[in-house]
Design a protein around this ligand. Sequence first.
Ligand code: NAG
Ligand code: NAG
Ligand code: NAG
Ligand code: NAG
Length: 963
Amino acid sequence: MRPPNPLLLLLLLLSAAPGGSAYGFRNCIQSPSDPGLFRCVQRFLESAAGAVDDLPPAATALNLSHNILRRLPPAAFARLPLLRTLDLSHNRLADVAPGAFAGLGALAALDLSHNRLVGIAEGAFAGLANLSSLRLDRNPLASVATGALLPLANLLRLSLRAGRLPALGPVASAVRNLPRLRLLDLCGNNLSALGPGPPLPPSLLALRLCNNSLAELTGGTPGLLPPALRALDLSYNNISDAAPFARLCLRNLSRLRLAGNPLEVLRLLEVSDVRPRSLDFSGLRLEPDKVGEVCRRLAGPRLRLLRLRRNGIGTLPAGALAACPPIGTLDLSGNRLRRLGCIGGLLGPAQQRELAGLVAEHNLLRRLPSCQDAPTLRRLHNVSLRFNRILVVGPRAFADAPRLRLLRLDVNGLARLDREALRGLRELRELRLDNNLLTDLYPGSFADLGRLRTLNLRNNRVAVLFPGAFAGLARLQTLDLGGNNLRHLAAAALQGLGGLRRLYLDRNRLQEVSAEAFRPVQASLGVLDLRANALRYISQRPRQRPPFRHLRRLYDLKLQAQQPYGLRIIPHRFFQGLTSLRSLFLAQNWLLAVPADAFDDLAQLQYLTLADSSGGMGDLPAGVFKNLSRLRSLDLENAGLRSLGPEVFGNLSRLERLRLAKNELRTLDRSLDGRLPALRYLDLRKCPLSCACGNAWLPGWLDRSAVQVVYLYNYSCGGGGGGGPPAYLHSFDTRVCFLDVGLYLFAGTAPAVLLLLALPLLYHRAYWRLRYHFYLLRAWANGRWRREERRYAYDSFVSYNSADEGWVLGELVPELERGSLRLCLHHRDFSPGRAIIDNIVDSIYNSRKTICVVSRSYLRSEWCSLEIQLASYRLFDELRDVLVLVFLEAIPDAELSAYHRMRRVLLKRTYLRWPPEPQARRLFWAKLKRALRSGYAEGEEEEEEEEEEEEEEEGCGEDDPLP
Ligand SMILES: *[C@@H]1O[C@H](CO)[C@@H](O)[C@H](O)[C@H]1NC(C)=O
Ligand SMILES: *[C@@H]1O[C@H](CO)[C@@H](O)[C@H](O)[C@H]1NC(C)=O
Ligand SMILES: *[C@@H]1O[C@H](CO)[C@@H](O)[C@H](O)[C@H]1NC(C)=O
Ligand SMILES: *[C@@H]1O[C@H](CO)[C@@H](O)[C@H](O)[C@H]1NC(C)=O
């Protein structure tokens, strides 16, 4: 079966993904690395439809595991015709309706394990013509309908492990017509007999019947096992009688497992046609005295593998295996061996030449003796002595195996490694010493291991690395020191490791790291794991220099989860020098502060995680990512962020995946739009995003960009309270936001427009009035300011029009100045260089009274009109009568009414008229002088006089304008 053309698939997917619009699925996440894969795990889904309904039809893999599906209705996945992998494991499926998988003609792998299926009904798998792998493990499966598997014409592997199938027969009936079936796994059922039933399909290569209740093989019809069968697993049953094996055809088996049966192995070899070499001798209660007998039965050419596991062997005397044929790998695991001696002692000379591997795991070995003088095993490459109790490795313990490449001594009790223990292992490539009790590594221990590539010292108790401990390991590439007690890394600790590429120092107690310590490995180190140490910084300016600054080849740096409270602070330029770094892990560090220059040197960084570092950071500083132009994945999940300003996403032009889940973000900044052009995957789960106007740009952006927003349609408006139907972020009503803006714009511009419209009109109609009111305002302001002044420079300011200058200078001034009144005249007393208006205001306010000489020309003059208004203003302001009106000519009411400013003053004022007849002029001057002098002392008499005057004037001015 050829997989569909990947290019075609990609095209399909691209065309199916809603182009140009952000998308998300209610319950599934499209894998950012494989666009065909959809994971819908742990969503508490009760029906498949809840996941499938909104997936694109181009999906090729669907993982629905760890949900609570109960039943599959017909055609449950028909929407996804290109599906090749479907995982429905870990659900509660009890019922698969006929035709449930209709339409999945391309499906290759189906996993239904860990469900509650009791039976498989006819038609359940209809349509799965291309299925090659079907898993039904761990269902309480008691029956499979005879025709249920018939449609699976291409099935290769069928696993029915750990069910409750009571007999092989019905299963054989069900699989009989699967022409390509190769593997049938029925381990862990309740099979009690092999028959009766039809023969298994001839294509079958492996049949597993382990962990059942098979007691005897009776009922096994001669043709039950297909002749092509290669592997038969009958282990952990209850077979005690060897005789029925005689009726089975076992000649062609290459592997027969019978462990865990109370079976007499020698008897089996006598009665059946099984070839001894295909038998797995594990778990057959093979006492040591029978080992020799077995060896004789195995006689012949070299045996690739001899397994003698779990046979309870306590001792093997010298030469115990000498009768065996030459053996490739000898597996003695799971016995009770306390001593093994030098392995050559068990073997004959031919075997000593051939032995390539020795496995003696899970025994009781305590010490490995020196084997300097033992027979040499030229071909021995692999030795595994894991899971023993080895405390002591004697000097030159492996001197008999000079070609050793892999030595596993892990999970023992080694407290001390003899300086000479590994002498002579010049070919060793990998040494596992992890999970022991080593406290010290003596200089020179590894001196001969010039070809070692991997040294694993994980989970020991190494507290100090003495200088020279690793001397001689010039080709070491991987050094694993995780899980030790290192507190300090001395400058010379890594001396001699010039080729080291990967250094694991995680789960130690390092409180600081210095650049000096890494200097010996600076040219080669690519991976440095410092996770879960005790690194902590309390200042952004630590005393030391940047610790990684020599590691210019480092591409992977892990600093997660420093104990007990995390890194807290990342010092300035902490990552300086890491110019090749591609992945940086800073998760789980309770960061308080990240300086803005923290990542400045990491121009090659592609992956950065600060997840689970919510130590109160709140914000990331502006520009913190400014140099990370190659970053592709940024994980800020649960980083305690309250905001993400536009300045944070400096230059992330290649960022594809952004994880922001579990932060305190209420609004997302607009800058996301535009600043992250390559974004494909955005995770905002569990952020209290609100449907406020701050997020109003979101729905529009989601419409435009082609980003997958994880569970996009599930973000309800956080903090949105109130009744009514829940609103969702992807579609909340943003009109109100834009309306408001419109309103503000309208409110802001309308007055301006109106003003512009009105200005020409006003200019035309009321220029002077406006200007004049403006002056009024200034006068008023000035007046307030001068209020305190009570001393006047003049007795009177004379306001007149130049047309009346003759009268003023000829009559008025001589008469009044003779009477020692000080007059202010504009042609004479105005200060040159000042604005006229200021002069006017000053003059009015510096004079006790103002005489207005009214004539027709006066009325026409704007200045005069202004002067009279200013003076009358002073009247209202100071409640003092400052205005004295002198009419030079009689002006009829009609004429006066055109100057209504004037008229308004006249309404409130009395006035004197210049009498044409000379006799009356004496009285005129007297009245005028009195009017000017009034106000020196405000007595009752004067007020009465004034009233008299008023009456008089009103009397004589009947034709005066009084509307
Ligand atoms: C089944 O697999 C074969 C080979 O991979 C392929 O040619 C055929 O189209 C597949 N059938 C369906 C229905 O997809
Ligand atoms: C489906 O997801 C589960 C849980 O993450 C995982 O263990 C399993 O391997 C996945 N199945 C496949 C087919 O990848
Ligand atoms: C297994 O089969 C025996 C009888 O063959 C029966 O008594 C027992 O209950 C079965 N066990 C299970 C778990 O079905
Ligand atoms: C079979 O039983 C043995 C012993 O109880 C156990 O170790 C092994 O894991 C079981 N295998 C299966 C496939 O259940």
